[in-house]
Ligand binder design. Structure first.
Ligand code: ADP
Length: 467
């Protein structure tokens, strides 16, 4: 479990509190129990000294019957009791000494006649003097605390054993309860991870508990609505602007091409060529803009089919091989295996084209481009590596932003929209695109897409094994 997570901290706090309360409870229980035992012992011992006197007063002179009476009536040894009946130094009866008694103290005080409550080690003694026919009889009635001490010991042991067990059970119970109460948050996290602006219907689930978590989900959903509106507005604006620009650009291009077909001086022809190439660049930019605005990305799921990403990549590489050859680059044969995905083949082809185009553009002659397509249980993967100029770590995320270009001072042309478009297309397909790059060693782009329908994949496999 993560030590910094609120769940862990809450449980740790709750256990610490429980431990503190448990320790306080154990202390007060033991203290009250010891007090109760002492009071009860003293009360019993006091009452017994009177009882001893009444039992013994008529048999004081007959030692054997006195001893017999005491044994029968009070069973001092078995009950950890102490009885001594004396007149001054002459002792009529004395029981055995219970364990835990401080014998030295007991003997030292044996001859005194002071009454009161005395303690000899663990032996509590109540000494009382009774008068009979002018004589003072001293009766010691004692009880060893060892007897109750055993019970106290058992109680302490139960508390010391029970408290950690209680703590562990409380921690486990607390963990289960908190996990359960945080379930709606987990669901919100999963839903939030899956939300894209291309599927405005997706919102955070409501737990229906009416608590603060549900209020948070409602507030986040309202915020998503507002963000969604802003996103749609920006997209519509780009789509409209691109649409409005397309026609005049086509006209300008047509007119320029018409002029180029006429007899014109060579100096004008050079300027015309430059203008035409700028118009071509502008037209490409407008096309990209219109694509990015979502007008074409959101073409709808009807364009989705199951197809093999491996085949698509292989076909695109063959079409672009000439470009790589012209620049003196080595485009290695594709490796990997069939990976069936579901999506718009043309759009996903555009992702491969953009990545290959960049790899060719940003790799020096003699460099190498390697493409691999693989699939695991859930995802198809396209990995494209080059030995080009690479991208500094601080730009790894920036390059997927619209219009971002790393300045290379090498004269490569581009709009800075290719990777932004690639990311939009991947995200519409529920996939991802990421880069690993080192300015000294080149770049690796990794595209991941969910696998397409299994029936198609099985059919493809059968076909491949038949061939
Ligand atoms: P552009 O039209 O400029 O190529 P992209 O969006 O395709 O736009 O790429 C954004 C920037 O990322 C590029 O300007 C370039 O600096 C960098 N880049 C993309 N691919 C590579 C690559 N394979 N090697 C090095 N840099 C790259």
């Amino acid at each position: 479990m993560n030590g910094r997570s609120p769940l862990f901290r809450l449980i740790a706090l709750y256990c610490a509190l429980l431990l503190l309360l448990g320790a306080a409870f154990a202390y007060f229980t033991m203290h009250s129990f010891a007090h109760y035992v002492r009071e009860t012992t003293l009360r019993g011992v006091r009452a017994r000294s009177i009882e001893i006197w009444h039992t013994a007063r008529t048999s004081l002179t007959d030692g054997a019957s006195l001893a017999n009476l005491m044994e029968l009536r009070f069973a001092p040894e078995a009950q950890y009791r102490y009885i001594r009946i004396a007149q001054g130094k002459s002792v009529f009866y004395e029981s055995g000494i219970p364990p835990g008694t401080n014998l030295k103290q007991l003997r030292a005080l044996g001859a005194t006649v002071n009454s009161g409550e005395l303690q000899f080690g663990s032996l509590v003694v109540v000494r009382r003097n009774f008068g009979a026919r002018g004589r003072t009889i001293t009766i010691d009635s004692g009880q060893s605390e060892e007897f109750a001490g055993g019970v106290e010991h058992d109680l302490l042991r139960s508390i010391l054993f029970g408290l950690p067990v209680l703590l562990v059970l409380a921690a486990l119970g607390g963990y289960v309860l908190m996990r359960r109460s945080l379930k709606p948050v987990e669901m919100m996290i999963d839903a939030a991870e899956a939300i894209t602006f291309n599927d405005p219907g997706n919102r955070l689930p409501l737990a229906g508990t009416g608590d603060r978590i549900e209020i948070l989900a409602l507030a986040l959903n309202r915020m998503l609505d507002r963000l969604d509106n802003a996103y749609q507005y920006a997209n519509r604006f780009s789509a409209d602007a691109a649409h409005e620009l397309r026609t005049p650009l086509a006209i300008i291009r047509g007119e320029l091409e018409f002029i180029a077909g006429q007899e014109i001086p060579e100096s004008l022809r050079e300027a015309l060529r430059n203008t035409l190439s700028e118009v071509a660049r502008l037209t490409e930019l407008v096309e990209h803009l219109s694509l990015l605005s979502g007008a074409q990305i959101l073409w709808g799921k009807h364009a989705h089919t199951n197809f093999d990403l491996f085949e698509l990549a292989a076909e695109t590489m063959e079409q672009m091989r000439l470009l790589a050859d012209e620049k003196g680059l080595i485009l290695e044969p594709i490796s990997g295996s069939t990976a069936v995905v579901n999506g718009d083949r043309n759009r996903l082809k555009q992702v491969v084209v953009n990545l290959l185009d960049n790899a060719i553009k940003y790799t020096d002659p003699g460099g190498r481009i390697v493409v691999q397509v693989t699939a695991d249980a859930h995802r198809a993967r396209l990995i494209l590596s080059d030995t080009g100029i690479g991208i500094a770590a601080e730009h790894h995320e920036d390059i997927f932003r619209r219009f971002f270009r790393v300045s290379t001072n090498r004269g490569e042309t581009g709009s800075g929209l290719g990777l932004a478009i690639a990311r939009s297309i991947c995200s519409v397909h529920g996939g991802t695109i990421a880069v690993e790059s080192d300015p000294r060693r080149g770049s690796t782009f990794r595209v991941e897409l969910p696998l397409g329908s299994p029936q198609y994949a099985r059919a493809r496999k059968r076909k491949n094994t038949l061939v």
